[in-house]
Design a protein around this ligand. Structure first.
Ligand code: SF4
Length: 343
């Protein structure tokens, strides 16, 4: 299935997506954020259409953005029609809150006309009351049951460019729901743990939920949602896919946990190096180690390694020492060595 110039389901890795955090009507700010996300590795970006100004701005953004845009619409089918008219490669709707079946049918017709996909999904937070009894855990079956009537309706309307999502905030239920969906439907799946929390919480929760599915070959596009800017979500998606061996051309960063032997400021150097590698998307293996106990060993497996000694850093390229630097020189020395290798 095509979403703009991206192929869903046929790519080497599940497509990476996030959602802009700025009101869509602020189009220049949004465009700058879309470009940053694209540069970091986003394949698709979602924009919320909350009012007429957003829907109008979408026209400009869909022309200017470096990647396909998905419009996210709730409550008013007219914004879905406008977004499709204004260049949305896909839309995300909740067919249950868009104004009735006749309105959903109008949106489907417009999507057909524009060759756009529609993502429909259940979210544990907005299940119908008949399926989400208060005080009970949302069950995987309930998430699947919530989308079944919508899928049938879309199929009856002859529309098959459907992407499904079944996001729960509970890891086990979400994993089970996606497994059920993968066994039930032929449609691409958008994976995510919903309302996953702040960055550190979300990283663990999302990795716990998405990894088993991705390793089973389930999932065509992913979002790691977190209470953070979308740039952080994109970096997290790249990192997770890379660690699972599904996204090869990406940095591998290694650093030790530090201990009483550490006599350098490893924490701040490690953070700077990690940020540099991910923002520049440099596909090298780089290690930052606190001392020479494990440092040289890691260095021999890495393209570059910095190993701390007493207030100094030893820089390795593979297993060869190429320099020794004071704390304040080490970062720049590493960057210089990387640039030299890549030039
Ligand atoms: S590499 Fe050295 S400083 Fe880092 S945890 Fe291991 S022993 Fe401690």
């Amino acid at each position: 299935m095509q979403i703009g110039n991206r192929t869903l389901g046929g790519s080497k890795y599940p497509l990476i997506q996030s959602m802009a955090s700025i009101k869509t009507a602020k189009k220049e700010e949004v465009l700058a954020q879309l470009k940053r996300c694209y540069y970091l590795g986003a394949d698709l970006m979602r924009l919320s259409i909350f009012d007429k100004e957003d829907a109008e701005a979408f026209s400009y953004l869909s022309k200017m953005a470096p990647l396909p845009l998905i419009a996210d619409i709730h409550f008013d089918y007219r914004f879905a029609l406008m977004a499709l008219e204004n260049g949305a490669a896909a839309i995300r709707i909740n067919p249950g809150n868009i104004g009735g079946k006749d309105k959903v049918a109008l949106v489907i017709q417009k999507a057909k006309e524009k060759h756009a996909a529609i993502r429909i999904g259940a979210n544990s937070g907005s299940l119908p009351s008949s399926l989400a009894k208060e005080g009970e855990k949302v069950k995987a079956e309930a998430l699947l049951s919530a989308i079944q009537p919508y899928v049938s309706f879309f199929e009856k309307e002859g529309f098959y460019d459907i992407v499904l999502s079944l996001k729960g905030s509970d890891v086990r239920e979400t994993v089970e729901a996606y497994r059920l969906a993968a066994n039930t439907y032929p449609y691409p799946l958008h994976l995510g743990i919903t309302e996953a929390g702040p960055k550190d919480v979300s990283l663990l929760r999302s990795a716990a939920g998405l990894s088993p599915l991705l390793l089973e070959g389930i999932g065509d596009t992913i979002r790691i949602s977190m209470t953070e800017e979308p740039e952080e979500e994109i970096k997290a998606c790249c990192r997770l896919l890379h660690d699972l061996g599904l996204y090869p051309n990406y940095p591998t960063f290694i650093s030790c946990p530090t201990c009483g032997r550490t006599m350098v400021d490893l924490l701040s150097l490690a953070k700077k190096v990690e940020t540099y590698l991910e923002e520049q998307k440099i596909p090298l293996k780089v290690a930052v180690m606190g001392c020479v106990v494990n440092g040289p060993g890691e260095a021999s497996h890495a393209d570059f390694a910095l190993c701390g000694t007493k207030n100094n850093w030893v820089l390795y390229q593979k297993d060869q020492i190429i320099g020794q630097y004071k704390e304040e020189e080490a970062y720049q020395a590493l960057l210089l060595a990387i640039k030299k290798k890549l030039s």
